[in-house]
Design a protein around this ligand. Structure first.
Ligand SMILES: [Mg+2]
Ligand SMILES: [Zn+2]
Length: 198
């Protein structure tokens, strides 16, 4: 089984509120906390990797981001779940940084900090960039969840989205099919259930 789940934040763990900056508006996606709890009970830790271009665009500050992160930790704790850590990209797309997903900068940062092997990892997120991040990091699994913008993403790229966990080829996202197995899952909880049986 994997030892680390890398999870996108908006649309995957919490409701996507479009440049969220107010901690009072942080709202967990149903069953997301259960997913993390299930993984941690089975020995896997979760790290968040989130693109926060609202900082680079001047819509909110890092302080706002930290407040939202604290609120997220509080809501998770109410259900017995916790994050190991998180990384964020504060840049606007035109800054051409190395840390904005789909690039693997945040993987580099966290893997060096914790000495993580990519084959012990899975990625989950609601956008194409999230799945591509898992592929470029060389994770064992990379999953599109159908919460947030996931349904729209699946329709756009012709990914299976009937029900349950479905594997798909990375070429559908224009990526080279390497060692990473790509999946679609209805939500984070169903992906976590799948992961613990592996
Ligand atoms: Mg997202
Ligand atoms: Zn960046």
């Amino acid at each position: 089984m994997i030892r680390f789940l890398f999870a996108d934040r908006d649309g995957t763990l919490i409701a996507d509120k479009h440049y969220l900056s107010d901690p009072d508006k942080v709202e967990l996606i149903p069953h997301a906390a259960e997913a993390l709890k299930l993984l941690q009970d089975n020995g896997a830790k979760t790290l968040v990797v989130t693109n926060q271009s609202g900082i680079g665009r001047g819509y909110f500050t890092e302080k706002d981001l930290f407040a939202c992160q604290d609120r997220l930790a509080e809501l998770l704790a109410e259900q017995g779940a916790a994050l190991l850590d998180y990384a964020y990209c504060p840049h606007a797309p035109e800054e051409n940084c190395a840390c904005r997903k789909p690039l693997a900068g945040m993987w580099k940062q966290l893997s060096e900090k914790y000495g993580i092997n990519s084959q012990d990892c899975a990625m989950a997120g609601d956008k194409k960039e999230d799945v591509l991040f898992g592929i470029s990091a060389g994770f064992r699994y990379s999953c599109l969840v159908l919460t947030g913008k996931g349904q729209k993403t699946a329709e756009e790229y012709g990914l299976p989205c009937d029900s349950g966990i479905r594997e798909f080829s990375a070429d559908l996202l224009g990526a080279v099919q390497g060692q990473t197995k790509c999946f679609v899952a209805p939500d984070l909880r169903s992906f976590a259930e799948f992961l613990i049986t592996r």
